[in-house]
Design a protein around this ligand. Structure first.
Ligand code: ATP
Ligand SMILES: Cc1cn([C@H]2C[C@H](O)[C@@H](COP(=O)(O)O)O2)c(=O)[nH]c1=O
Length: 171
């Protein structure tokens, strides 16, 4: 809903075109503009559930030609570090059978396969608490797995300081 968010939304809906580096930086700027609010909420005890976050930024842009994982991570270094990252795993073929697939930019099975590989590379980073959930299960089972893991991490993280994403000393 922010001005930057609207630019990104229009790009995803294929209503406008943006140069690839530019849109990557806009996605990141859209996260950074929310950081003061995120920190305020976290410090007041609110749990944030963030859809996609920096990991999609890296996985999607680095799937484009001539983009490295390294370059793609740079603008998001130092964002608030998540206590838990849930990867909802489903094959691109099964995802394509679900509602609305194919309307947005990036929603082709070939591109999604590249993205899935990039996520696998990101998940090798042991400084982050990645958990995989089988998203091919029923909605009820997906929900129950997410709920269990979330409740556990909320309990563990409640007295921990806010870390910084991809900064080694802030694990
Ligand atoms: N476990 C499930 N089983 C069957 N259908 C599902 C399940 N989860 C989601 N769907 C359906 O798949 C479609 C896409 O799901 P959803 O809206 O949750 O994904 P999304 O938020 O669009 O994903 P993305 O963040 O990748 O864009 C919807 O039509 C939804 O009803
Ligand atoms: C955060 C973020 C997202 N993307 C891409 C990934 C998806 O194709 C869309 C968002 O889709 P949603 O259904 O609205 O979740 O945007 C990206 O390329 N870079 C990012 O930083």
């Amino acid at each position: 809903t922010t001005e930057i968010g609207k630019l990104v939304g229009s790009y995803l809906e294929k209503k406008s075109n943006l140069e690839d580096h530019t849109v990557h930086l806009l996605f990141s700027a859209n996260r950074w503009e929310q950081v003061p609010l995120m920190k305020e909420k976290l410090r007041s005890g609110v749990t944030l559930v963030v859809d996609r976050y920096a990991f999609s930024g890296v996985a999607f842009t680095s799937s484009k030609k001539d983009f490295s994982l390294h370059w793609c991570k740079q603008p998001d270094i130092g964002l608030p570090k998540p206590d838990l990252v849930l990867f909802l795993d489903i094959s691109p073929e099964a995802a394509a059978k679900r509602g609305d697939f194919g309307n947005e930019r990036y929603e082709t099975s070939d591109f999604q396969k590249k993205v899935q590989k990039r996520y696998a590379e990101l998940m090798e980073d042991r400084s982050l608490n990645w958990e995989m959930i089988d998203a091919a299960q029923s909605m009820e089972d997906v929900h129950s797995a997410i709920r269990q893991m979330s409740e556990d991490i909320i309990e563990q993280a409640k007295d921990q300081p806010i870390g910084k994403l991809w900064i080694e000393s802030d694990t």
